[in-house]
Design a protein around this ligand. Structure first.
Ligand code: EPU
Length: 349
């Protein structure tokens, strides 16, 4: 343990640029890398002194303001630990600062399956439960056994079960007011061994994989699901390193069955997915495209040409440009379909 971590108050807290996948200009007034849990007691004192505090992981699902006041904690805790292992499954604790995609690759290489549908999602492991990342038929909450947090309200480490985390579509306890005193330290995943693993191939983009396996009398492997998800994402979604973005900018709205039926009579082409609770999840990207926004540019921001749910920074965009574009899109969707869109990333601007 370094001297720096033992005595965080001796650090010279300097303003620091916060790199983010939207490439928005953002400077943290005082940033600090948390790479050791020994810094938590110092953070606790900051919290009690009512210093504004923000935790930043990969900054891949954040809309940042030009200045972040108070303390900004750059999450850098590392480590992957097997907690228990049987012939059927394994429980693995992964520190919050690990890269999500690298962890997915490592889990596959180790023969632990269940995360392959969630390949190539940018960001950190610690951010994954916050918005309950989901793609191609799997949500991370289905694979999480528990989340270990530092609870600033009592200055203690706590272990939250998956139920405690209140996972829902792009939502969890960590996005709610009562979750704001929690700093995620690690996430524990229950993953399957080959013998008990079954592929999840219901999502339309993965059906060809199931079909080709059937035709050629092949068994679908976790690696082939991973490869297919990576290929689909590369085809549809812009690489944030080349075209800055935060993935889907809006949630897919959930409508009651009767609201959906009424809307579908008006718009027979409406794309939607039935939910277990009877509601319908509308494809917001389809509605945005119908409003003529797909591929449109407004100054330094635009709507991606292959996926209308993704807004992109085309150059020197400011956060206000992006929010103005989001507002214009939402107004059009509301005007045409009578459906309100909700911004999906966390907005601190
Ligand atoms: N669609 C259009 N036009 C578009 C975009 C989509 O018509 O411009 C239609 C598609 O043809 C398809 C349907 O909408 O029929 C759904 O599109 P897609 O499969 O691309 O998925 P999505 O609903 O737009 C969601 C997630 C993505 C996730 C994919 C795959 C949300 C907010 N987004 O997008 O997550 O990768 O499903 O599961 O739920 C993210 O959260 O950042 C993200 C990329």
């Amino acid at each position: 343990m370094s001297n720096r971590q033992k005595h965080p108050t001796s650090l010279n807290f300097k303003p620091q640029v916060v790199q983010n996948t939207l490439a928005l200009p953002c400077v943290a007034q005082s940033a600090w890398r948390l790479d050791d849990e020994s810094g938590l007691s110092w953070l606790q004192a900051q919290w009690q002194a009512k210093q504004p505090m923000r935790i930043v992981g990969g900054a891949s699902n954040l809309i940042l303001p030009p200045i972040l006041p108070g303390q900004t904690v750059l999450m850098a805790l590392k480590g992957i630990t097997v907690i228990e292992e049987t012939t059927q499954n394994v429980l693995v604790r992964v520190a919050a600062g690990e890269s999500w995609h690298e962890w997915v690759q490592q889990s596959l290489n180790a023969g632990w399956f269940g995360l392959e549908n969630l390949a190539l999602i940018p960001g950190t492991v610690g951010a994954s439960p916050i918005q309950n990342i989901g793609a191609y038929g799997v949500e991370v909450g289905q694979r999480i056994e528990c989340v270990t947090v530092w609870d600033f309200s009592c200055g203690q480490i706590k272990v939250l079960s998956a139920d405690d985390c209140q996972f829902a579509y792009r939502d969890s306890l960590f996005k709610k007011p009562e979750g704001q005193a929690l700093l995620i330290l690690s996430v524990s995943f229950r993953l399957l061994k080959q013998a008990s693993w079954r592929p999840v191939l219901d999502y339309p983009d993965l059906k060809p994989l199931a079909q080709s396996a059937l035709t050629n009398d092949l068994v679908v492997s976790p690696q082939s699901v991973f490869d297919q998800v990576v290929a689909v994402r590369r085809r549809k979604l812009p690489d944030p390193a080349l075209t800055p973005n935060v993935g889907s900018f809006f949630k897919n709205p959930l409508l009651s069955a009767e609201h959906f039926d009424r809307l579908r009579q008006q718009y027979p082409g409406l794309v939607a997915y039935p939910q277990a609770d009877g509601r319908a999840k509308l494809a917001a990207g389809w509605m945005i495209e119908q409003c003529g926004w797909k591929g449109r540019r407004v100054g330094a921001v635009g709507v991606h040409e292959r996926q209308a749910l993704v807004l992109v920074n085309l150059g020197q965009a400011q956060v206000r440009d992006l929010l103005a574009l989001a507002h214009a899109i939402s107004e059009d969707v509301l005007g045409k379909f009578g459906v309100a869109l909700e911004i999906e990333p966390i907005c601190w601007a």
